[in-house]
Design a protein around this ligand. Structure first.
Ligand code: 13P
Length: 265
């Protein structure tokens, strides 16, 4: 079984000293667990100083975005190549980037390709808007986003990427309605089915799929317990050390339970 992945997306919050303080508090609260991987995605500016402070046995770093060209005259951009030694992951195609910065499926595909080319694992965000959901287009949207994002990758590459299902209507930025774990299960199953039909069953079993709608320490277990859910991509709750360490604790408890059950079989 793969490690549960808990990703803190700090979005455009926390300057260097605020981020450093939060990391310090998280470090005190979060224990090392062989089955849990905790990833922090601070702003671009904070990545470098945080990388000096971080205990690599406990945390990994992710960027929230990068540009798909490796280098050149692209004022204001940072490439995946530049991030190579700094981060394990890059979040690609987050709904805020798709909606506010007009990132199309093609741009997301180019970024996923660039991430893999530079040995960085992309966390690819997919998900439908409220309007698409109401029109019954969820599957079509997920299909198109998944197929396009993975288009330039080999099956071996696909095995190692992470897909985050973010129903846009269930993100606090866009309304934050609570998704039902049953609906999340259907979407995660559908994403795996797409991967299976394109790259085979083995790849679909290995790929990690996260839930990326709003969660906090109280409700996260409901999503983590969904079969096929390999973790969560957390927004606002990740800015609060109490809530975020509570989320990691919830993941610990579930994995311990599973380990115990496996041990008793
Ligand atoms: P919230 O947890 O703030 O709703 O955001 C979720 C999200 O966008 C994760 O990337």
């Amino acid at each position: 079984m793969s490690r549960t992945l808990i990703v803190a997306n700090w979005k455009m919050h926390l300057n260097t000293s605020q981020a450093s303080l939060l990391l310090h508090r998280l470090h005190e609260r979060i224990k090392i667990h062989r089955n849990i991987e905790v990833v922090l995605a601070p702003s671009m500016l904070v990545l470098q100083p945080l990388s000096m402070q971080i205990d690599r046995r406990k945390f990994r770093l992710a960027a929230q975005n990068a540009y798909h060209k490796d280098e050149g005259a692209f004022t204001g951009e940072v490439s995946f190549t530049m991030l190579q030694d700094l981060v394990h992951y890059v979040i690609v195609g987050h709904s805020e980037r798709r909606l506010y910065f007009h990132e199309t499926d093609e741009i997301v595909r180019d970024k996923v390709t660039a991430a893999v080319r530079n040995n960085i694992t992309p966390i690819i965000c997919v998900g439908e808007t409220q309007q698409e959901r109401r029109a019954g287009e969820t599957r079509q949207v997920l299909h198109d986003q998944v197929v396009s994002a993975l288009a330039n990758l080999t099956s071996q590459d696909v095995e190692n990427v992470v897909i985050a299902y973010e129903p846009i209507w269930a993100i606090s930025t866009f309304g934050g309605e609570l998704a039902k774990p049953d609906d999340v299960k259907k979407a995660l199953d559908f994403i795996r089915l797409q991967v299976s039909s394109l790259y085979g069953k083995k790849v679909a079993e290995r790929i990690r799929v996260l839930y990326g709608g709003s969660v906090d320490d109280h409700i996260v277990s409901g999503y983590l317990a969904v079969e096929g859910c390999d973790g969560v991509l957390v927004g606002s709750a990740s800015l609060n050390y109490h809530k975020f360490s509570g989320i990691v604790d919830a993941a610990y408890r579930l994995r311990h339970q599973e380990d115990d059950e496996d041990g008793n079989k």
